[in-house]
Design a binder for this molecule. Structure first.
Ligand SMILES: Cc1cc2nc3c(=O)[nH]c(=O)nc-3n(C[C@H](O)[C@H](O)[C@H](O)COP(=O)(O)OP(=O)(O)OC[C@H]3O[C@@H](n4cnc5c(N)ncnc54)[C@H](O)[C@@H]3O)c2cc1C
Length: 405
């Protein structure tokens, strides 16, 4: 069998294990249904085979790719996808998540929202209003109000208090929930666990408006909604490791989104837009892996460093697209610090609400002793990317909690 057949086997395997896999990836873990699911699988497969499945699931992407595929190109095709799960190719479980993504891409593609992601928000806003809900923006919650050992509302930074009929649900990081919103009233165990909670790599974004569609040197790339520019598996590994060590990667993996390839309404006819994501950016800068840019003394991103780093990315892009620079109408870059300034949930520019390594996922997200979105305070619940099932736009944690409540 060649790489293609083996790929079919891998994706088919995900399909065969879908019930168990997606039950664990998306279900409420500390629960009767999950216990029942595992017991049923142990009965059906035999306990040893179930344990073997768990072991397989822990294989890092490098292990999977190197033992399965002989082609470096196929390895390069899948390695960057682990970044979208907040992992690196040597992290445990990254092989499994790459296979799940491969399966999802075949089953559903990489859909984008027609007219822009803001339309997704508008749709939810309409649903909430239709059900009598109210949405307040520019309303910074400064603390959670408790009485009689129960969360009874929130206090805004403006001083206004909002009371809750039943409970308070927070989609924030543990750092904010226990450090700021509960502060000295936080349960001691949670305060301690928060100190051990780790954030992942920072994220860097670049948006381009182009005068015409990019003339990719690789044929057919103009039709791909999301592609990756990478030297390959080792390149992803190197850039990841550099970012983790606080260095600006020498050759970052560039995720290139081309929303107009799927949705022409995104830009005027004949023009194009590019959405670039660089998932390997240092939160705190210690140096430059290329030895060219100076790290600021305080380790923080500056506007000048952001633009200089965006130039590095642009130079790579220009190697793949004929006459790229001449087609640029505008470029706008966001450093990890800019992202955090826009959204307090993106600590250090981590787009995933905390490192998603296996020790901080599943039953152990956010904390080792966490139970299904409970906080240790009655009537107060924790959802969002920092909680199971982790980051992403699927709204999984809120859905699970809603089911429980
Ligand atoms: C650049 C980027 C690209 C991404 N791309 C994808 C993608 O393609 N697909 C995908 O599935 N995921 C993607 N993600 C990840 C995804 O966006 C997040 O995992 C998801 O939005 C997390 O949802 P959440 O509800 O936990 O937090 P958020 O979406 O951050 O929502 C929390 C909201 O609460 C507000 N808030 C926080 N604290 C307070 C407070 N004290 N008072 C009032 N308001 C407060 C925040 O401002 C924010 O608006 C991306 C993330 C980033 C940053």
């Amino acid at each position: 069998a060649g790489d293609g057949d083996r790929h079919g086997g891998d994706v088919g395997g995900i399909e065969r294990d879908a019930g168990l896999l997606f039950g664990l990836l998306g279900g409420a873990l500390w629960s009767y249904p999950t216990t029942k699911l595992l017991a049923g699988e142990a009965w059906r497969r035999g306990p040893r085979n179930l344990a073997a499945f768990m072991g397989e699931a822990l294989v890092p992407a490098r292990g999977w790719l190197e033992t399965t595929y002989s082609s470096d190109t196929v390895r390069a095709l899948w390695a960057p996808w682990v970044l979208h799960a907040g992992l690196g190719p040597e992290d445990a479980f990254s092989g499994q998540i790459a296979k799940v993504i491969a399966f999802a891409l075949e089953a559903a593609g990489a859909p984008v929202v027609k007219g822009g992601a803001k339309n997704l928000l508008a749709a939810f806003e309409a649903l909430i209003k239709e059900r009598g809900g109210e949405i307040r923006v520019d309303a910074d919650v400064a603390s959670i109000v408790q009485s009689g050992g129960r969360a009874t509302g929130v206090r805004l930074a403006s001083g206004e208090t909002l009371s809750a009929a039943k409970g308070v649900i927070c989609s924030v990081t543990p750092t904010q929930l226990y450090g700021r919103l509960l502060g000295k009233d936080a349960p001691e165990a949670a305060t301690k666990a928060t100190q051990a909670y780790r954030y992942g790599k920072g994220n860097f974004q670049i948006h381009y408006a182009l005068d015409k569609p990019p003339a990719w040197r690789g044929g057919g790339l103009d039709k791909v909604a999301l592609l990756h520019l990478t030297p390959g598996l080792d390149g992803v590994s190197k850039a990841c490791n550099e970012a983790v060590r606080g260095l600006l990667p020498e050759v970052p993996t560039i995720c290139v989104g081309q929303p107009h390839a799927l949705d022409p309404s995104r830009c005027p006819e004949g023009k194009a837009i590019l959405w670039l994501q660089l998932p390997e950016a240092p939160r705190h800068i210690k140096g430059d892996a290329a030895g060219k840019l100076n790290a600021p003394a305080d380790g923080r991103w500056t506007g000048a460093l952001r633009e200089a780093y965006a130039d590095r990315v642009e130079a790579i892009l220009a190697n793949h697209i004929d006459g790229f620079r001449e087609t640029v109408i505008a470029r706008r870059a966001y450093s990890p610090a800019d992202l955090e300034a826009m959204n307090i949930n993106l600590v250090g520019g981590d787009p995933y609400g905390g490192s998603s390594t296996i020790d901080q996922s599943f039953l152990w997200r956010p904390f080792k002793a966490s139970r299904n979105h409970e906080t240790g305070v009655k009537g107060l619940y924790h959802i969002g990317a920092s909680t199971h099932p982790g980051a992403g736009l699927g709204g999984g944690s809120g859905f699970l909690l809603a089911g429980r409540l």
